[in-house]
Ligand binder design. Structure first.
Ligand code: KIV
Ligand code: ZN
Length: 559
């Protein structure tokens, strides 16, 4: 007995002359076939019950999958009953073809034909194992013996189809040389050709030849070579649809499927999120969205990926990993400051340039196309930078803090982080903003005010009468200015006795439509040489600025 890795038999690459697939590109979507309800279901700790299978079936049709392997009706009474319910309950849309799997064994084929009675469109999918290993250790038959199993199965299927003629059921055929990737390439071609002959495949009535990598055992290029070889050596190639059924034992099923499509395949069998035996089947979601990001319409609808994920998780009790391509909880989250910065620049570029393409670094797909959102995680710590908190305020809450204000609010947030000894969540950042600027309980309060304007020779003078409160004591103050902010600055100069200098002002709307409110950011310079920002919100733009100024003065007073 050999030790360690020496006991494994490496994949034998096939000799492929004039290999063409590396120069090919995927330009159109394959025919999609879901095997969630069969391969996926058989690999669950608790297989789906009737209700769950119906829910999954509905989801698959909502996504736009038109060929769905619904089960293995000859394998168990439950599978049989579920198929009957689907047919008798009229759950199958007219444009959807159901597929049923059966081993190439006479009594199972007969039972399968009973199970499909009354269905409109059916693919009868039969298979037997053809690999060197299975022939040797399981079936103990030579190539001829294995071919006989397939050919006999095909004959019976043809006879049973003939008997069903006129019943209203439209039957197509699929044959899988199971463990294709472990089968001698010429033998795989030969057995499929014999099956095609028996079933009378023609270009008008094509057979599906499904070439599974039942156990993934080579790098993806190995599978692509096998598919190209098969396509080139199969006589009557135009009478067959070449289908892939990749499993993911080496974690490269998606890549294998992509290269094998380049090698000439036209159809893919897979599952949502790659559920299936062992490490699963190929993941249809990833494959389809990989195409989408290459400007190839996959013909499947993942515009609400969270719904797809939720139904998948509820029905299978499996969990989609946090980093699962396109669907994982964290895949649109940017942790790194430099990534966030590049994403912001990409967003700004798209807006300014009006480009019709998606040109944002670090985001290979627009999260909105999947009903998702980009979520920057700003780490408020020594690495977050002063723009981090401002970014959260803009991105999560719609407050566009002026650039000069970033260091001031950044320092407030950083101090809180140091105090708590951890990062802050976006809501905690907003809470700090609210306490620091919007709900500041300062010594100065504006109880009442009146503004009126006088205009002569094109110049206007704004008069302002206020009732102010300072430390609980009310006072009436009046002043004038060239505008409301100027008039109120003069009032605050009177009230505080300080030479307050107005430095900058910016404002924007924070809600749209008739309920629009303005937020004003006011910067002042106090005689101590320090600048302070204040923030005010109101439906009235003048009042927003007045509140902003009052907030700045109160913050200065607090020190
Ligand atoms: O993985 C496989 O080979 C299968 C066949 C039954 C198609 O699931
Ligand atoms: Zn499989």
């Amino acid at each position: 007995m050999k030790k360690g890795c020496e006991k494994y038999v490496p994949f034998k690459p096939i000799h492929l002359e004039h290999r063409e697939w590396p120069d090919k590109e995927i330009k159109k979507a394959p025919i999609w076939c879901s095997v969630d309800l069969r391969d996926g279901n058989q690999a669950l700790i608790n297989p789906m019950n009737l209700h769950e299978k119906l829910e999954m079936f509905k989801l698959l049709t909502d996504i736009g999958i038109k060929e769905i392997e619904v089960g293995f009706p000859s394998a168990s009474e439950t599978e049989y009953e579920i198929l009957r319910t689907l047919i008798e309950g009229e759950y199958i849309p007219d444009d959807v073809t159901i597929q049923v799997l059966v081993q190439a064994r006479p009594h199972l084929i007969e039972k399968t034909f009973e199970a499909i009675k009354g269905a409109k469109n059916v693919i009868v999918h039969f298979y037997n194992s053809t690999s060197t290993l299975q022939r040797k250790v399981v079936f103990k038959k030579d190539m001829e013996g294995i071919t006989e199993i397939a050919v006999n199965g095909a004959r019976l299927i043809r006879d049973l189809t003939d008997k069903m003629k006129g019943s209203g059921t439209n039957i197509r055929y699929e044959y899988s040389p199971e463990s294709f990737t472990g089968t001698e390439p010429d033998f795989a071609v030969d057995i499929c050709a014999r099956v095609m002959e028996v079933l009378g495949a023609t270009p008008e009535n094509k057979i599906i030849l499904n070439l599974p990598s039942t156990v993934e055992s080579s790098s993806p290029n190995g599978y692509a070579d096998q598919i190209e070889y098969f396509c080139k050596h199969l006589k009557n190639r135009e009478s067959a649809i070449i289908s892939l059924h990749p499993h993911n034992d080496r974690g490269t099923a998606v890549a294998a499927a992509e290269l094998a499509l380049m090698a000439g395949a036209e159809r893919i069998e897979g599952t949502l999120f790659g559920n299936g035996e062992r490490t699963g089947n190929v993941d249809i979601v990833t494959l389809a969205l990989n195409m989408y990001t290459q400007a190839v319409d996959p013909g499947l609808d993942f515009s609400d990926i969270n719904r797809v994920k939720k139904i998948y998780e509820n029905t299978t009790k499996m969990v989609v990993g946090e980093r699962h391509p396109y669907a994982g909880q964290l895949v649109f989250t940017a942790f790194s400051g430099s990534h966030q910065d590049a994403i912001n620049k990409g967003k700004a570029y798209m807006k300014e340039s009006g480009t019709e393409y998606w040109e944002i670094p670090y985001l290979p797909i627009d999260p909105a196309d999947l009903g998702r959102e980009y979520e920057p995680i700003i780490r408020i710590n020594s690495q977050s930078g002063k723009g981090g908190a401002a970014f959260i305020m803009q991105n999560n809450f719609g407050y566009i803090l002026p650039k000069n204000m970033h260091p001031e609010f950044g320092a407030v947030v950083k101090a809180e982080c140091d105090e708590r000894g951890r990062e802050l969540t976006p809501n905690e950042v907003f809470e700090l903003f609210r306490k620091e600027y919007l709900e500041l309980d300062g010594p100065y309060k504006l109880i009442k005010h009146k503004i009126y304007e006088e205009s002569t020779d094109g110049t206007s003078l704004v008069h302002m009468d206020c009732i102010m409160e300072f430390n609980g004591v009310e006072m009436s103050v009046s002043s004038t200015g060239n505008g409301p902010i100027n008039a109120f600055t003069n009032i605050m100069k009177n009230v505080t006795g300080e030479d307050i200098r107005f430095v900058s002002y910016s404002e924007h709307a924070i809600t749209s439509g008739s309920d629009a409110r303005a937020v004003s950011y006011i910067e002042i310079l106090m005689p101590n040489g320090k600048n302070y920002f204040g923030v005010g919100i109101s439906h009235n733009i003048n009042l927003a600025s007045i509140r902003g100024l009052l907030c700045a003065v109160n913050r200065a007073e607090k020190g």
